[in-house]
Every structure is written in structure tokens, then in C-alpha cells.
Design a protein around this ligand. Sequence first.
Ligand code: NAD
Length: 460
Amino acid sequence: MVMGDLVREVDVVVVGGGPGGYSAAFRCAELGLETVVVDAGKRLGGACLFEGCIPSKALLHVAAVLGEAERAKEFGVDFGPARVSLDPLRKWKSERVIARLARGLVGVARSKGVEVVGGRGVFEDARTVRVEGDEPQALKFRHVIVATGSAPARLRGVEPSERVMDSTAALEVPEVPERLLVVGGGYIGLELGQVYAALGSAVTLVEMTDGLLPGADRDLVQWVARRVEKQFAAVRLNARLEALRETAGGVEATVGGASLTFDRVLFAVGRRPLTEGLGLETTRAKTDARGFLEVDARCATAEPRIFAVGDATGEPMLAHRAMRQGKVAAEVIAGRPAAFDNTVVPAVVFTDPEIAWCGLTETRAAAEGRTVRVAKFQWAASGRAATLGRSDGVTKLVVDPESGRLLGAGIAGPGAGELIAEAALAVEAALLAEDLALTIHTHPTLSETLMEAAETLLRG
Ligand code: NAD
């Protein structure tokens, strides 16, 4: 018998060790189920830890420090010109941030008795996953949770290379290119565009729609739009990349008929689910036209033993949604009543300033023809924002006009990503705007802006 013939029976196999996968596996183990995670890299953390959320936030912290040092000149503190050394920066990101968190996840898995097997999981049938790669074996499962995540989308005719990067490559910070073209004005284009601009690149951003962060409310987006107008060499809206050609002098890009040369290009045009080549056709699980696995509120697919969570199941492709889904799938498999019935999946763009929202947005309310009341509080009137030298923000609430119930919130400004948590709780708990207004918020803090926005509604 060769290793690949070995068949093991386990309660739950989790395919993919990202936030959706490890959250599901940990909860399964807590509920007494024997659980094995199959991960191509034999590691827990996934794209989020190794090539997404965590490294990008580490780099954005570096950018924020550089930005603060620059702003400090306003109140008479001058640190002189910043010198950035890429080797220590990369080492800090990889060792002090990523590796430390990865070790933490290994420890949690060990303490809960979750085993991680290295290799690619492929369905042989609706009862068996074959592990291809480092530790070949067949795993017969009672249930399986597919948590294979997503990868950067590619543009037709554009091949990645040393100079044509996706977000994974850009997060390695191979160098600080003099001229960087960013294709896509969404989450990644803005976050990484700002990182490279802070490190010294002349960034040109090309976005095919008529605004940055399509889908988000314009009165929030304008704050980051104004900032990048100053920070970037150029922001081109309604502009498509028509052609890309590598030359001796760099990468030649054709945008709107004009030809421009850059040292590197970053593609950030969305992400695609990793559901191909998984052998799903041997099961009854279904994918939609874009390749997302179809799941119900219990995170179950059409094949009763197969569950799926995270980016592989559709938008919004956010780690915190995946984590919640992972826990739901685990609970359902363990026979508990559970459903992914959350009202809000908060979103944060970790730019400077940050943009965050949760629940119903004004844009969606308008698209659905829903009448809402909107309350806004400009940070120019916030004491805390003034002391930080950061009056560039706004807090707004979207409220049901009849009941006064809070339906959604949006915040632009530094720290918006933390502040949105209060609004998310309020919407999830079906609180009234009045509840926010009557809750004492610490003074002076940015959290007061939520209370202040709610108070404007009480004034009629
Ligand atoms: P995105 O969907 O946020 O933005 C892609 C942008 O590219 C859009 O604005 C789109 O109009 C534009 N675009 C598409 N094709 C184009 C073309 N040919 N030329 C010019 N512009 C083009 O996608 P992303 O920024 O790649 O991020 C992928 C996903 O990763 C996000 O949707 C999000 O789910 C996740 N993400 C989240 C965070 C966070 O939570 N802070 C950060 C990064 C990524």
C-alpha cells in the first residue's frame, strides 16, 4: 500500500486554513468533533494572515506613522526627512507580525486538538476528500466544510510578472518603485496605493467607474478621494487600462488612448473564488456563474454533508463574515440550531482617513426606493478630532423615519474602523437612534460623534 491509499475516517474535514476554515475547525473541536484541516501550505491563517488583511494593515500602520510625522510639522514638531529601510520593515512585518500570529494559531489548534494536514483537498465523491501534495491520503468524512477562499482576479491579456504585481506580490514590498500604476480604485487599490505613496512612489490610479470605492456612499468616499488627489500623482476615473507592454524602460500602459510608462503596476480589480479543480462535480454542491458555492443560511450546500464558508461562498469577501459563517457551519454540523442570520457585515477600508459602514447604506436605500432619515455630524465640530488635528471626517446614521430604528451607519475619519463597531452592535440589536443619543459617551472622544449625530434627530 502506498501513502495515497491510506483512508482515514474523521467527523469533519475543513478544506482551507484561512479565517473561515480555522474558525470552523476550532468550533467543531470545541463541540467534540474530530476535526482535520487540509491546507495547501500546512498552515492556519490563509490569505488574510499571510497575504491580505494582516500584512496590509501592518504596512498601513507604517504609512500612518509617516503621515503623522509629516502632520506634526503643523504643531512645530519636525523629525526631519524620514528614511525608510525596507529590510527591517519587511522583517518586522514577516517575523514580528505574521509569524507571531501564525504561531499563535498553531498553539490554539494544538490546544483544541485540531490536526492540520498539508496538501490540496480534492473531492473524490460526496464522502471522501483526497489530499494531494505533501501528505497524500484519503479522508472519509461525516461532514466537510469548504473554506478555500479567493485569489486576486486577473485581467484578460495581462500576465503577472516581476513588474506586474497582484496584491500578494505588492505586500512583499520588493522595492519602492519610482512610478507605480495602480489598476482598480477599490479596497486594495486605495490601501496599497496609499502605502506606496507614503513610502515615496509617484502613484497613478486608474479606475474604470466614475468614482472610487464603487457602491459605497459618496459623502463618505469624498474624504479619502480628497486625500488621494493630494497624495497620488494622478487619479483617473472612467478610465480603463487598454494595453500593457513590458519594455526595457519599464511597463508601458495605454489608458484612454494615451501611453504612459511605469516602473511597476499593481492590479487590484477584485478577487475570484477558489472553487475550480476541487472535484465538486463529483458531488451535488452547486456553484453559480461566477464560481461561488451556493449555500443556505446554515452554510449548507445542496449536498447535505458539504458545507461552505467565506470568500468561496460570495460577497462580501471579508474575513469577519467568513469567521462567523465558520462558527455557524460548525454549530449546525454539531446538531445545534444556528444560522448566518446577521443583519450587518461591517465593512472597513483602512485608508487614511478610514471609511467604514454597516447595515443599510444611503446608496442602497436609494436603489431600493426606501425612504430613510439621515443624520450627520461633521468632525469639524468634534473636540477630539480637533485635538488630533484630524477634522477630516463625518459620522452619519441611516434611520427608519417611522420607528426611529437605526438601520445603518457610515463613518469617514481616522479610527472609523474601530468606531463602526458601536453602530454595528446598535443595528444588530435593533436599537433606536434615540438609544445612541441617550447613552453617555466619553468626552472628548470620536465616539461622541455617533451620539451627536443621533441627537440631531431628536432635535427634529
Ligand atoms: P474591489 O472590488 O474592492 O475593487 C476593484 C476595483 O477595480 C473596482 O473599483 C472596479 O471598478 C475596478 N476595476 C475593475 N476592472 C478594472 C479595469 N479593467 N480597469 C480599471 N479599474 C477596474 O476589489 P479589490 O480592491 O481587488 O479587493 C478585492 C476584495 O478583497 C474586496 O472586494 C474586499 O472584499 C477584499 N478586501 C477587503 C479589505 C478590507 O476589508 N479592508 C481590504 C482589501 C481587500
